[in-house]
Design a protein around this ligand. Sequence first.
Ligand SMILES: *Cc1c(COP(=O)(O)O)cnc(C)c1O
Length: 392
Amino acid sequence: MIPSILPTYNRAPLEFVKGEGSWLIEADGRRFLDLGAGIAVNALGHAHPALVQALTQQAQNLWHVSNLYRIPQQQALADRLVEASFADTVFFTNSGTESCELAVKMARKYWFEKDQPERVNIITFEGAFHGRSSAGIAAAGSEKMTKGFGPLLPGFVHLAWGDHDALAQAAARPDVAAILIEPVQGEGGIRPLPDQCLKGLRDLCDSHGILLILDEVQCGIGRTGKLFAHEWAGIEPDIMMIAKGIGGGFPLGAVLASETAAAGMTAGTHGSTYGGNPLACAVGCALLDQVTNPAFLAHVNRIAGLLQQKLAGLIAKHPDVFTELRGTGLMLGLKCKPANTDVVAAGYDAQLITVPAADNVIRLLPPLTLSEDEVDQAIARLDQAATALSQP
Ligand SMILES: *Cc1c(COP(=O)(O)O)cnc(C)c1O
């Protein structure tokens, strides 16, 4: 008989009843160090007082109001995002997938309004993840995500990771609208795009007049040690998708865009019932207050350096379990020798949460508030898991 929850997930036998900072707690009191953060969502850890306060205060006043009316919390969050980024304008969604939908629509509408309606194709890359909607799976294009779900949304050109010749050829096509890429691939196995490549993509887009869309759903909101990952390369996208970290656990996403890229999105061309709802935006504002504080990002960079340094030592100690450290900031991956799912399971035994990714990698995406002491505990638990896996 089919379970009452549609069985699209292989769930671990873990059931948490409480979260505190970097810790998840089961009913029997067992405490797990959370290096997954709900897949880069709980940027401030669990039950951060500033977020609890923002949410409960808003809940006592007004939960929901339609986008037919002005929403001051939404206006405040949009103003903050515009002030803190390349963007001139923001549309709020409830998830990364919905942000992908709008990014695709916006890019196509841009060209339609420029009287080049033939420019519909969006270049994407192997290993990408942009969500599970029809546009998201068509954008990623992998068999794993698309098999059985055809006919797929047309209009995506899939390129191999790092094939510069194919990229130059594809970008020159007269039917191309945009390039869509994650500055750091998450689901794809924590693969950062080198700064030089991101700069190269910006130049390529400029030389053909096409749009650069960045998917910072996983790598944005302080995760790499800057508010947005592309800032490291000193470039600006035309359109950017965010979600995950911006809500800190409350469902919230957004599409940020330049005035030019957003020009086609006039009244009536897009909408959302819940997108930008007062509860979500009150939380988003409280979260940005923390993350945009220079001292907060300094903490992320210091802790990330420490964690990376100690992970290098861990790999040296367990070459039979870990072969490589990947990633940047607090978006890190350990490539495994045993099956990554076995390493994640050994982590559970050591009361440690990590997340598997493609390419036999386990992901470490801790709360950005991770402390120095928690770094030591993370290393001790990974050491314990690796030692258990090494026993014959
Ligand atoms: C998680 C993710 C998405 C999809 O976001 P949802 O909130 O699950 O819809 C899209 N792109 C990237 C890079 C992601 O990591």
